[in-house]
Ligand binder design. Structure first.
Ligand SMILES: [Zn+2]
Length: 298
């Protein structure tokens, strides 16, 4: 099933069901005795509503990480439906009284559990999206590719970044594919992300030949960080070892050499064998799987 449709279906269901509950609550007003809202029920309603709002934020920020980048708009729908449902439920739980004085608010423990789950989910998603500490990130002065690109894999954990199965210096590597048909990345120009010196330039390997990185350019910055650009198209590499390059200079083309199953650009940065987080352009956040990046030259 198309995940977009499934997510939007869930959003509509959540919204409709909370609207119906609210209407029923409204209808019940004035029937029977209306006990005053007890402090306990108010606390329960507040905990549940805040937990729901935090969970909505987690849905908005987290769903594209797990369901893929096509899902951004649907994730926003679902998050808005869940947030609206939390607010409607909050109002309803203040109104809903049965004649028999059976109050339909959640037990305090269950409401607290919703708050803990909502804040836990949001904390987890924010952790997945956060920039790893330890070594200062390299910020590309110029994006390595230009246009709308999707992060096929990236982030700080193995949950979002398959490079964690590789040597540790690749822990924060990013694989980029153009936001379009699968093969549209092939042949796109790869630009130097930083000023530096080319220390490795290999461009003669054919697809399926040689080591996992395929055709490769490594640029060393003045601070001694090495930026790796891998899987480059055969015969597209325009620089040689020892060349000094300026950020933005065209270097090669995106390809599918080495272990690449389909055309994409692999980029990572390492310093003394340690992984360095890389920001793909000035002002861009740390890229995580599912992100869509509008990469523009400054
Ligand atoms: Zn890769």
């Amino acid at each position: 099933m198309n995940p977009d449709h499934a997510v939007r279906g869930v959003a509509v269901f959540i919204l409709l069901s909370s609207v119906i509950r609210s209407l029923l609550a409204w209808q019940s007003v004035g029937k029977g005795k209306q006990p005053a809202v007890s402090a306990r029920n108010l606390a329960s309603a507040i905990l549940k509503a805040v937990g729901g709002l935090l969970a909505s934020l987690a849905i908005w920020l987290g769903l594209p990480i797990f369901l893929g980048s096509g899902i951004h708009e649907s994730a926003a729908w679902l998050a808005m439906a869940a947030a609206a449902s939390s607010i409607l439920d909050f109002i309803a739980s203040l109104l809903w009284r049965r004649p028999a004085k059976v109050e339909r608010t959640l037990p305090l423990v269950a409401a607290a559990a919703i708050l803990i789950l909502g804040s836990g989910a949001l904390g987890f998603v924010l952790h997945l999206r956060s920039t790893p500490g330890g070594i200062d990130p390299i910020v590309c002065a110029h994006p390595p590719v230009l246009g709308r690109w999707r992060v096929a894999t990236g982030g700080r954990t193995a949950l979002t970044n398959h490079h964690h199965a590789q040597p540790p210096q690749q822990d924060y590597a990013v694989d980029l594919v153009i936001d379009g048909p699968p093969d549209a990345s092939f042949g796109q120009i790869v630009h130097a992300p930083v000023d530096g010196e080319v220390t490795i330039a290999e461009g003669k390997r054919s697809a399926g030949d040689g080591p996992a990185e395929g055709n490769l350019i490594v640029i060393q910055t003045a601070s001694g960080s090495d930026i790796w650009l891998a899987h480059l198209k055969e015969d597209s590499v325009k620089v040689a070892r020892g060349d000094k390059v300026r950020a933005g200079a065209p270097l090669a083309a995106v390809g599918d050499t080495g272990s690449a199953n389909s055309p994409h650009l692999h980029i990572h940065c390492e310093w003394n064998g340690r992984p360095v987080p890389i920001m793909l352009g000035p002002g861009l956040p740390f890229a995580v799987r599912g992100d869509i990046l509008g990469l523009q030259a400054k």
